[in-house]
Design a protein. Sequence first.
Length: 71
Amino acid sequence: MEATQQLRTQGPVRLSGSGHLFTGSELQLRLDTFEGFFLNPQYRLRSGGMGQASRIDFLDEQRMVAHGASY
């Protein structure tokens, strides 16, 4: 049996790192590749930008796509 690097949790969920902070209702994330999604997140980016979205898809440690987002 192979160990998985998959994290699944339901909220309230808080994720922080690299100066970013996300809070929301559900997170699914591959820890080895940082691919996954966050549902209904509110976020604060290291640049100082803040907002909320219906969903954020993490593509890797450097890239994400926010759906239905405000900034």
